[in-house]
Design a protein around this ligand. Sequence first.
Ligand code: CAP
Ligand code: MG
Length: 430
Amino acid sequence: MAIDWYMDFVDPGYTPARDELICLYYFEPAAGISREEAAGRIASESSTGTWTTLFTLPPRMKDLQATVFEIDGNYVKIAYPLALWEEGNAPQLLSGIAGNIFGMKALKHLRLIDATLSPAYISHFKGPHFGMEGIRDMMQVHGRPLTGAVPKPKVGFSADENAAIGFETWMGGFDFVKDDENLTSTSFNRFEDRVRLLAKMREKAEQLTGERKSAFLNITADTATMEQRASLLAEYGWNYAMIDVVVAGTSAVMTMRDYCSDLGLAIHAHRAMHSAFDRYPKQGITMQFLAKLMRLIGVSQIHSGTAVGKLTGTKKEVQLIADVLRNSHTKASGHILLAQDWGRIKSAFPVSSGGLHPGLVPDVLDIYGEDMILLVSGGIHGHPDGTRAGAQATMQAIEAWKEGISLDEKAAGSKELARGLEKWGYYRPK
Ligand code: CAP
Ligand code: MG
Protein backbone atom coordinates (compact mmCIF):
# COMPACT_ATOMS: atom_id res chain seq x y z
CA MET A 1 0.00 0.00 0.00
CA ALA A 2 1.37 3.43 -0.99
CA ILE A 3 2.48 5.44 2.05
CA ASP A 4 2.44 8.86 0.40
CA TRP A 5 0.98 10.63 -2.63
CA TYR A 6 3.48 13.42 -3.30
CA MET A 7 3.80 12.53 -6.99
CA ASP A 8 0.08 13.35 -7.42
CA PHE A 9 1.17 16.99 -7.24
CA VAL A 10 3.63 16.72 -10.15
CA ASP A 11 2.48 17.17 -13.78
CA PRO A 12 5.14 18.48 -16.23
CA GLY A 13 2.47 18.74 -18.96
CA TYR A 14 0.22 21.03 -16.91
CA THR A 15 -0.65 24.55 -18.17
CA PRO A 16 -1.64 26.90 -15.33
CA ALA A 17 -4.98 28.70 -15.55
CA ARG A 18 -4.94 32.53 -15.87
CA ASP A 19 -6.28 33.08 -12.37
CA GLU A 20 -3.81 30.72 -10.67
CA LEU A 21 -0.85 31.95 -8.63
CA ILE A 22 2.59 30.79 -9.76
CA CYS A 23 5.48 30.38 -7.34
CA LEU A 24 9.16 30.01 -8.21
CA TYR A 25 11.32 28.20 -5.65
CA TYR A 26 14.98 27.26 -5.45
CA PHE A 27 15.22 23.84 -3.84
CA GLU A 28 17.73 21.12 -3.03
CA PRO A 29 16.36 17.66 -2.13
CA ALA A 30 17.77 15.88 0.89
CA ALA A 31 19.81 12.73 0.28
CA GLY A 32 17.75 9.86 -1.15
CA ILE A 33 14.92 12.10 -2.40
CA SER A 34 14.47 12.68 -6.15
CA ARG A 35 13.90 16.17 -7.53
CA GLU A 36 10.43 15.24 -8.71
CA GLU A 37 9.42 13.89 -5.31
CA ALA A 38 10.95 16.87 -3.48
CA ALA A 39 9.05 19.23 -5.75
CA GLY A 40 5.87 17.23 -5.19
CA ARG A 41 6.36 17.56 -1.45
CA ILE A 42 6.66 21.36 -1.71
CA ALA A 43 3.44 21.55 -3.75
CA SER A 44 1.63 19.13 -1.45
CA GLU A 45 2.57 20.66 1.89
CA SER A 46 1.95 24.23 0.67
CA SER A 47 -1.54 23.40 -0.61
CA THR A 48 -3.71 20.45 0.55
CA GLY A 49 -1.43 17.48 1.15
CA THR A 50 0.22 15.70 4.05
CA TRP A 51 2.86 12.98 4.55
CA THR A 52 0.65 9.95 4.07
CA THR A 53 -2.19 8.67 1.89
CA LEU A 54 -5.73 9.59 3.00
CA PHE A 55 -9.14 8.22 2.28
CA THR A 56 -11.78 10.91 2.93
CA LEU A 57 -11.18 13.02 -0.18
CA PRO A 58 -14.23 14.98 -1.45
CA PRO A 59 -13.84 15.70 -5.23
CA ARG A 60 -13.05 19.39 -4.64
CA MET A 61 -9.78 18.29 -3.01
CA LYS A 62 -8.34 17.45 -6.40
CA ASP A 63 -9.22 20.95 -7.71
CA LEU A 64 -7.45 22.58 -4.77
CA GLN A 65 -4.16 20.75 -5.20
CA ALA A 66 -1.13 22.78 -6.25
CA THR A 67 0.71 21.45 -9.32
CA VAL A 68 4.42 21.27 -10.08
CA PHE A 69 4.50 22.09 -13.79
CA GLU A 70 8.17 22.95 -14.40
CA ILE A 71 11.41 21.65 -12.86
CA ASP A 72 14.61 23.20 -14.21
CA GLY A 73 17.64 22.02 -12.26
CA ASN A 74 17.15 23.29 -8.71
CA TYR A 75 14.31 25.58 -9.72
CA VAL A 76 10.65 24.61 -9.63
CA LYS A 77 7.50 26.40 -10.68
CA ILE A 78 4.24 25.51 -8.94
CA ALA A 79 0.71 26.61 -9.83
CA TYR A 80 -1.80 27.24 -7.02
CA PRO A 81 -5.59 27.27 -7.65
CA LEU A 82 -7.20 30.62 -6.80
CA ALA A 83 -9.78 28.92 -4.55
CA LEU A 84 -7.02 27.95 -2.14
CA TRP A 85 -6.71 31.57 -1.09
CA GLU A 86 -8.97 33.78 0.97
CA GLU A 87 -9.75 37.04 -0.86
CA GLY A 88 -7.50 39.84 0.35
CA ASN A 89 -5.79 37.80 3.10
CA ALA A 90 -2.02 38.16 2.59
CA PRO A 91 -1.01 36.48 5.91
CA GLN A 92 -2.90 33.36 4.77
CA LEU A 93 -0.96 33.39 1.50
CA LEU A 94 2.31 33.38 3.46
CA SER A 95 1.13 30.51 5.66
CA GLY A 96 0.74 28.51 2.47
CA ILE A 97 3.61 29.39 0.13
CA ALA A 98 6.06 30.39 2.89
CA GLY A 99 4.92 28.15 5.75
CA ASN A 100 5.78 24.62 6.90
CA ILE A 101 7.66 23.81 3.69
CA PHE A 102 10.78 25.58 5.00
CA GLY A 103 11.07 23.00 7.73
CA MET A 104 10.70 19.76 5.73
CA LYS A 105 13.43 17.12 6.32
CA ALA A 106 13.03 16.10 2.68
CA LEU A 107 14.61 19.40 1.61
CA LYS A 108 18.21 20.42 2.22
CA HIS A 109 17.49 23.97 1.04
CA LEU A 110 14.39 25.90 0.00
CA ARG A 111 13.99 29.55 -1.04
CA LEU A 112 10.84 31.33 -2.22
CA ILE A 113 12.16 33.52 -5.03
CA ASP A 114 9.04 35.11 -6.46
CA ALA A 115 5.35 34.63 -7.23
CA THR A 116 3.09 35.78 -10.05
CA LEU A 117 -0.06 37.10 -8.39
CA SER A 118 -2.94 36.69 -10.85
CA PRO A 119 -5.24 39.61 -11.72
CA ALA A 120 -8.08 37.75 -9.99
CA TYR A 121 -6.02 37.47 -6.78
CA ILE A 122 -4.75 41.06 -6.87
CA SER A 123 -8.25 42.45 -7.38
CA HIS A 124 -8.94 41.99 -3.65
CA PHE A 125 -6.11 44.28 -2.56
CA LYS A 126 -5.92 48.09 -2.47
CA GLY A 127 -2.16 48.59 -2.87
CA PRO A 128 -0.46 51.91 -2.01
CA HIS A 129 -2.77 54.85 -1.25
CA PHE A 130 -0.74 57.51 -3.08
CA GLY A 131 1.62 55.92 -5.65
CA MET A 132 4.89 57.65 -6.59
CA GLU A 133 3.15 60.48 -8.42
CA GLY A 134 0.81 61.06 -5.50
CA ILE A 135 3.76 61.32 -3.10
CA ARG A 136 5.57 63.73 -5.45
CA ASP A 137 2.47 65.94 -5.67
CA MET A 138 1.99 65.81 -1.91
CA MET A 139 5.63 66.85 -1.32
CA GLN A 140 5.76 69.17 -4.36
CA VAL A 141 9.01 67.54 -5.45
CA HIS A 142 9.49 66.65 -9.11
CA GLY A 143 12.49 65.88 -11.32
CA ARG A 144 14.83 64.69 -8.56
CA PRO A 145 15.00 61.97 -5.92
CA LEU A 146 13.31 62.76 -2.61
CA THR A 147 15.77 63.04 0.25
CA GLY A 148 15.81 62.33 3.96
CA ALA A 149 17.93 61.55 7.01
CA VAL A 150 17.72 59.85 10.37
CA PRO A 151 19.24 61.75 13.31
CA LYS A 152 22.44 59.88 14.31
CA PRO A 153 23.34 58.30 16.66
CA LYS A 154 20.30 56.11 16.16
CA VAL A 155 18.72 56.63 19.58
CA GLY A 156 19.66 58.64 22.65
CA PHE A 157 18.57 62.17 21.69
CA SER A 158 15.77 63.81 23.64
CA ALA A 159 12.71 64.93 21.66
CA ASP A 160 14.00 68.50 21.81
CA GLU A 161 17.42 67.57 20.47
CA ASN A 162 15.74 65.40 17.81
CA ALA A 163 13.63 68.36 16.66
CA ALA A 164 16.67 70.63 16.46
CA ILE A 165 18.55 68.13 14.28
CA GLY A 166 15.42 67.72 12.16
CA PHE A 167 15.33 71.49 11.59
CA GLU A 168 18.97 71.50 10.44
CA THR A 169 18.25 68.58 8.09
CA TRP A 170 15.34 70.40 6.48
CA MET A 171 17.25 73.70 6.28
CA GLY A 172 20.00 71.86 4.39
CA GLY A 173 17.41 71.16 1.65
CA PHE A 174 16.21 67.66 2.61
CA ASP A 175 12.52 66.74 2.33
CA PHE A 176 12.29 64.29 5.21
CA VAL A 177 13.48 63.52 8.71
CA LYS A 178 13.13 59.88 9.74
CA ASP A 179 13.09 57.98 13.01
CA ASP A 180 15.47 55.06 13.30
CA GLU A 181 13.94 51.59 13.23
CA ASN A 182 14.64 51.08 16.95
CA LEU A 183 13.31 54.45 18.11
CA THR A 184 9.65 54.37 19.19
CA SER A 185 8.62 55.99 22.49
CA THR A 186 11.42 55.65 25.00
CA SER A 187 11.76 57.33 28.42
CA PHE A 188 14.25 59.85 27.01
CA ASN A 189 12.32 60.54 23.79
CA ARG A 190 8.54 60.04 23.97
CA PHE A 191 6.68 59.68 20.64
CA GLU A 192 4.11 62.36 21.58
CA ASP A 193 6.86 64.90 22.39
CA ARG A 194 8.70 64.15 19.16
CA VAL A 195 5.56 64.53 17.05
CA ARG A 196 4.71 67.86 18.66
CA LEU A 197 8.20 69.42 18.76
CA LEU A 198 9.15 68.34 15.24
CA ALA A 199 5.85 69.75 13.94
CA LYS A 200 6.87 73.17 15.28
CA MET A 201 10.26 72.91 13.54
CA ARG A 202 8.57 71.68 10.36
CA GLU A 203 6.38 74.77 10.17
CA LYS A 204 9.39 77.03 10.77
CA ALA A 205 11.48 75.27 8.09
CA GLU A 206 8.58 75.41 5.59
CA GLN A 207 8.17 79.15 6.18
CA LEU A 208 11.89 79.82 5.82
CA THR A 209 12.44 77.61 2.76
CA GLY A 210 9.03 77.76 1.04
CA GLU A 211 9.40 73.99 0.61
CA ARG A 212 7.10 71.20 1.80
CA LYS A 213 8.76 69.24 4.67
CA SER A 214 7.77 65.99 6.33
CA ALA A 215 8.98 63.10 8.45
CA PHE A 216 8.74 59.34 8.83
CA LEU A 217 7.93 58.98 12.53
CA ASN A 218 8.01 55.42 13.80
CA ILE A 219 4.66 54.22 15.16
CA THR A 220 5.77 50.57 15.47
CA ALA A 221 4.11 48.91 18.50
CA ASP A 222 1.05 46.73 19.05
CA THR A 223 -1.67 47.56 16.51
CA ALA A 224 -3.95 49.45 18.91
CA THR A 225 -1.05 51.70 19.92
CA MET A 226 -0.10 52.15 16.26
CA GLU A 227 -3.63 53.41 15.55
CA GLN A 228 -3.39 55.92 18.39
CA ARG A 229 -0.01 57.11 17.16
CA ALA A 230 -1.22 57.42 13.57
CA SER A 231 -4.14 59.57 14.77
CA LEU A 232 -1.72 61.81 16.66
CA LEU A 233 0.42 62.22 13.54
CA ALA A 234 -2.60 63.34 11.54
CA GLU A 235 -3.61 65.71 14.35
CA TYR A 236 -0.23 67.49 14.00
CA GLY A 237 -0.48 67.72 10.22
CA TRP A 238 1.96 64.96 9.34
CA ASN A 239 1.40 63.06 6.06
CA TYR A 240 3.44 59.94 6.80
CA ALA A 241 3.72 57.15 9.35
CA MET A 242 6.69 54.78 9.58
CA ILE A 243 6.27 51.09 10.37
CA ASP A 244 8.91 48.37 10.82
CA VAL A 245 6.83 46.12 8.60
CA VAL A 246 8.66 42.82 9.06
CA VAL A 247 8.64 42.92 12.84
CA ALA A 248 5.07 44.33 13.00
CA GLY A 249 3.86 41.63 10.62
CA THR A 250 1.69 41.46 7.55
CA SER A 251 -1.60 41.48 9.46
CA ALA A 252 -0.78 44.64 11.37
CA VAL A 253 0.45 46.38 8.21
CA MET A 254 -2.81 45.54 6.43
CA THR A 255 -4.83 47.01 9.29
CA MET A 256 -2.65 50.12 9.38
CA ARG A 257 -2.82 50.57 5.61
CA ASP A 258 -6.55 51.24 5.86
CA TYR A 259 -6.28 53.23 9.08
CA CYS A 260 -3.52 55.46 7.72
CA SER A 261 -5.21 55.81 4.35
CA ASP A 262 -8.35 57.14 6.07
CA LEU A 263 -6.13 59.71 7.80
CA GLY A 264 -4.32 60.64 4.55
CA LEU A 265 -1.03 59.19 5.82
CA ALA A 266 1.43 57.44 3.52
CA ILE A 267 3.34 54.48 5.00
CA HIS A 268 7.15 54.43 5.06
CA ALA A 269 8.13 50.77 5.46
CA HIS A 270 11.38 49.95 7.22
CA ARG A 271 12.42 46.31 6.67
CA ALA A 272 14.43 45.68 9.84
CA MET A 273 14.92 41.87 10.35
CA HIS A 274 14.57 41.14 6.61
CA SER A 275 18.16 39.90 6.39
CA ALA A 276 17.32 37.13 8.86
CA PHE A 277 15.41 35.35 6.08
CA ASP A 278 16.53 36.87 2.76
CA ARG A 279 20.33 37.05 3.00
CA TYR A 280 21.38 33.41 2.50
CA PRO A 281 20.85 32.70 -1.23
CA LYS A 282 19.74 29.07 -0.84
CA GLN A 283 17.17 29.48 1.94
CA GLY A 284 14.33 31.71 3.01
CA ILE A 285 12.42 34.38 1.08
CA THR A 286 13.86 36.94 -1.33
CA MET A 287 13.65 40.68 -0.73
CA GLN A 288 11.98 41.12 -4.11
CA PHE A 289 9.11 38.92 -2.93
CA LEU A 290 8.86 40.83 0.35
CA ALA A 291 8.78 44.10 -1.63
CA LYS A 292 6.06 42.68 -3.86
CA LEU A 293 3.95 41.66 -0.87
CA MET A 294 4.36 45.05 0.78
CA ARG A 295 3.33 46.89 -2.41
CA LEU A 296 0.31 44.61 -2.68
CA ILE A 297 -0.85 45.33 0.88
CA GLY A 298 -0.25 49.03 0.47
CA VAL A 299 2.94 50.57 1.81
CA SER A 300 3.96 53.71 -0.10
CA GLN A 301 7.70 52.97 -0.02
CA ILE A 302 10.13 50.42 1.35
CA HIS A 303 13.87 50.14 1.83
CA SER A 304 15.50 48.37 -1.12
CA GLY A 305 19.27 48.64 -0.64
CA THR A 306 22.23 50.61 -1.98
CA ALA A 307 24.65 48.07 -3.49
CA VAL A 308 27.47 50.52 -2.60
CA GLY A 309 26.78 51.17 1.10
CA LYS A 310 27.29 49.29 4.38
CA LEU A 311 24.53 46.67 4.01
CA THR A 312 24.20 43.63 1.74
CA GLY A 313 22.37 43.57 -1.59
CA THR A 314 23.86 43.43 -5.08
CA LYS A 315 23.23 46.00 -7.82
CA LYS A 316 21.11 43.40 -9.65
CA GLU A 317 18.98 42.69 -6.55
CA VAL A 318 18.50 46.37 -5.84
CA GLN A 319 17.38 47.05 -9.42
CA LEU A 320 15.01 44.09 -9.36
CA ILE A 321 13.39 45.31 -6.15
CA ALA A 322 13.02 48.77 -7.67
CA ASP A 323 11.31 47.28 -10.74
CA VAL A 324 8.93 45.25 -8.55
CA LEU A 325 7.95 48.42 -6.68
CA ARG A 326 7.77 50.96 -9.53
CA ASN A 327 6.66 49.19 -12.67
CA SER A 328 3.05 48.49 -13.72
CA HIS A 329 4.32 45.34 -15.45
CA THR A 330 7.44 43.40 -14.60
CA LYS A 331 8.95 41.02 -17.12
CA ALA A 332 10.15 37.57 -16.09
CA SER A 333 13.91 37.46 -15.61
CA GLY A 334 15.66 34.10 -15.56
CA HIS A 335 15.36 32.34 -12.22
CA ILE A 336 15.11 35.54 -10.21
CA LEU A 337 11.85 37.24 -11.19
CA LEU A 338 8.47 36.14 -12.55
CA ALA A 339 6.27 38.27 -14.80
CA GLN A 340 3.77 40.45 -12.92
CA ASP A 341 0.86 42.56 -14.14
CA TRP A 342 -0.06 44.98 -11.34
CA GLY A 343 -3.36 46.06 -12.86
CA ARG A 344 -4.70 49.10 -10.95
CA ILE A 345 -2.28 48.68 -8.02
CA LYS A 346 -0.28 51.95 -7.68
CA SER A 347 3.50 52.16 -7.60
CA ALA A 348 5.66 52.41 -4.50
CA PHE A 349 8.99 54.16 -4.03
CA PRO A 350 12.21 52.21 -3.47
CA VAL A 351 14.26 53.69 -0.61
CA SER A 352 18.06 53.61 -0.70
CA SER A 353 19.78 53.93 2.65
CA GLY A 354 22.67 52.57 4.70
CA GLY A 355 26.21 53.94 4.78
CA LEU A 356 25.58 56.60 2.12
CA HIS A 357 27.36 59.95 1.90
CA PRO A 358 27.61 62.64 -0.81
CA GLY A 359 30.48 60.79 -2.55
CA LEU A 360 28.25 57.79 -3.24
CA VAL A 361 25.21 59.68 -4.50
CA PRO A 362 26.05 59.39 -8.26
CA ASP A 363 26.59 55.62 -7.92
CA VAL A 364 23.19 55.21 -6.27
CA LEU A 365 21.41 57.42 -8.82
CA ASP A 366 23.09 55.53 -11.68
CA ILE A 367 21.48 52.37 -10.25
CA TYR A 368 18.03 53.77 -9.47
CA GLY A 369 17.50 56.87 -11.59
CA GLU A 370 15.62 59.72 -9.88
CA ASP A 371 12.40 57.88 -8.97
CA MET A 372 13.55 56.88 -5.52
CA ILE A 373 13.97 58.11 -1.96
CA LEU A 374 17.57 58.74 -0.95
CA LEU A 375 18.31 58.52 2.78
CA VAL A 376 21.72 59.84 3.82
CA SER A 377 22.00 59.89 7.63
CA GLY A 378 25.45 59.30 9.09
CA GLY A 379 26.57 60.79 5.76
CA ILE A 380 25.18 64.24 6.64
CA HIS A 381 25.53 64.36 10.43
CA GLY A 382 29.16 63.26 10.13
CA HIS A 383 29.94 66.12 7.74
CA PRO A 384 32.86 68.24 9.09
CA ASP A 385 30.65 71.36 9.09
CA GLY A 386 27.57 69.73 10.55
CA THR A 387 24.16 68.45 9.55
CA ARG A 388 22.93 71.38 7.43
CA ALA A 389 26.20 71.43 5.40
CA GLY A 390 25.98 67.63 5.01
CA ALA A 391 22.48 67.91 3.57
CA GLN A 392 23.57 70.77 1.27
CA ALA A 393 26.53 68.66 0.09
CA THR A 394 24.16 65.79 -0.73
CA MET A 395 21.80 68.10 -2.66
CA GLN A 396 24.83 69.45 -4.56
CA ALA A 397 25.84 65.87 -5.41
CA ILE A 398 22.33 65.25 -6.79
CA GLU A 399 22.60 68.44 -8.88
CA ALA A 400 25.97 67.26 -10.25
CA TRP A 401 24.40 63.96 -11.32
CA LYS A 402 21.52 65.76 -12.98
CA GLU A 403 23.94 68.16 -14.70
CA GLY A 404 26.04 65.19 -15.85
CA ILE A 405 29.24 66.54 -14.29
CA SER A 406 31.62 64.85 -11.86
CA LEU A 407 31.51 65.56 -8.14
CA ASP A 408 35.01 66.98 -8.29
CA GLU A 409 33.90 69.49 -10.95
CA LYS A 410 30.83 70.38 -8.85
CA ALA A 411 32.89 70.65 -5.68
CA ALA A 412 34.98 73.38 -7.28
CA GLY A 413 32.02 75.70 -6.80
CA SER A 414 30.32 74.00 -3.84
CA LYS A 415 32.19 74.22 -0.55
CA GLU A 416 29.88 71.87 1.37
CA LEU A 417 30.40 69.13 -1.21
CA ALA A 418 34.14 69.81 -1.27
CA ARG A 419 34.32 69.39 2.51
CA GLY A 420 32.31 66.17 2.32
CA LEU A 421 34.64 64.75 -0.30
CA GLU A 422 37.60 65.80 1.85
CA LYS A 423 36.30 63.51 4.62
CA TRP A 424 34.75 60.61 2.75
CA GLY A 425 35.90 60.87 -0.86
CA TYR A 426 34.26 57.93 -2.66
CA TYR A 427 34.67 55.53 0.26
CA ARG A 428 32.33 52.48 0.23
CA PRO A 429 31.58 51.53 3.87
CA LYS A 430 31.90 47.89 4.83
C1 CAP B 1 20.94 53.93 7.92
C2 CAP B 1 19.94 53.27 8.86
C3 CAP B 1 18.91 52.38 8.15
C4 CAP B 1 19.44 51.33 7.23
C5 CAP B 1 18.43 50.20 7.01
C6 CAP B 1 20.67 52.43 9.87
O1 CAP B 1 21.77 54.81 8.61
O2 CAP B 1 19.22 54.23 9.55
O3 CAP B 1 18.16 51.78 9.19
O4 CAP B 1 19.73 51.91 6.01
O5 CAP B 1 18.91 49.27 6.11
O6 CAP B 1 20.17 52.39 11.01
O7 CAP B 1 21.64 51.79 9.59
P1 CAP B 1 23.12 55.37 7.92
P2 CAP B 1 18.20 49.01 4.70
O8 CAP B 1 22.73 56.13 6.71
O9 CAP B 1 23.74 56.26 8.96
O10 CAP B 1 23.96 54.22 7.58
O11 CAP B 1 18.03 50.37 4.09
O12 CAP B 1 19.15 48.14 3.94
O13 CAP B 1 16.94 48.34 5.01
MG1 MG C 1 18.21 52.82 10.83
